[in-house]
Write a protein that binds this ligand. Structure first.
Ligand SMILES: [Zn+2]
Ligand SMILES: [Zn+2]
Length: 276
């Protein structure tokens, strides 16, 4: 969350929505959310096993350590996902259904063809995700929660699930008025969540993406290179690359940063920062 869970969670989504909303394709997208997320997690974990970028787990107990590390992160994600599912998801779908039915929110006010409203809502959601992530690094009380995500010394795909419950609760609460303001529909929110979680898992993964491919991808989306820089223990590097899906926010805000050599990167949190 910021990194993914601002980021909500892949676990569950109410299907018993109001009479105003449910149509088959909405429910199909919602139902696809969990299996798609788990499939992405499994595929990326396999990729990390076959061709890891950094030797994160070494020594006699490497496999056991990797499993323990992954289980802890995923367990945290499951716990956060259950809180979102049973505490916030009903409110999100209710407010999205309400704004959609009444033509309330920025997408309705701007008007235009449906594709334009889709583009607008997805951009608004992703722009907010950038802003929220950046706030988590600059507001001390928010950093207290977000630092748990950065405290992982062995960043891999499972780190995408590692968020403090406090960060999840705050971001989920803020989403309620924002969904109304943006005029996001239930379907638009579900599609954004699927895209978000897929990209967030991808850029946390400890995988070797050729520089030529990474360069093309990062013209659009956040790549493993960019997010490794963000998880660096170095303060200057950590205060860059806040985007979660599109890199355009970092480019616009001049917070995009590349590293000349990531092979020696140290992940984690500086316990004695000179400033924050
Ligand atoms: Zn961060
Ligand atoms: Zn991250």
């Amino acid at each position: 969350m910021p990194c993914a869970n601002v980021f909500g969670s892949p676990f569950g989504w109410p299907t018993d929505q109001s009479n105003e909303q449910p149509v088959s394709h909405v429910e199909a997208v919602i139902a696809a959310r969990l299996p798609l997320s788990l499939a992405a997690l499994a595929l990326l974990a396999l990729w990390e096993s076959v061709h890891p970028y950094l030797p994160l787990f070494t020594g006699a107990h490497a496999t056991r350590e990797r499993l323990r590390h992954g289980a802890q992160n995923v367990a945290l994600g499951v716990m956060n996902g259950l809180v979102v599912r049973f505490v916030f998801l009903g409110a999100w779908t209710a407010v999205a259904s309400w704004s959609e039915a009444r033509g309330f929110g920025m997408s309705a006010w701007v008007g235009g063809p449906p594709w334009l409203q889709w583009v607008l809502v997805l951009l608004l959601l992703d722009g907010w995700t950038y802003s929220w992530h950046r706030l988590n690094h600059t507001v001390p009380i928010l950093w207290r929660f977000h630092r748990l995500h950065h405290s992982d010394r062995q960043m891999d795909v499972t780190t995408a699930n590692r968020f403090h419950l406090g960060e999840i609760v705050l971001s989920s609460l803020l989403r309620i008025p924002l969904l109304a303001l943006f005029g996001a529909s239930v379907l638009q929110l579900a599609v954004y969540e699927i895209i978000l979680f897929a990209v967030v898992q991808f850029h946390h993964a400890n995988i070797a993406v050729p520089e030529s491919v990474d360069r093309v991808l990062r013209a659009f989306i956040v790549t493993p290179h960019l997010h490794k820089v963000h998880h660096s223990i170095d303060q200057a590097e950590q205060h860059a690359n806040f985007s979660s899906v599109l890199t355009w926010w970092d480019r616009a805000a001049r917070t995009l940063r590349l590293s000349p050599d990531l092979s020696q990167v140290v992940f984690g949190v500086d316990e004695h920062p000179t400033s924050r």
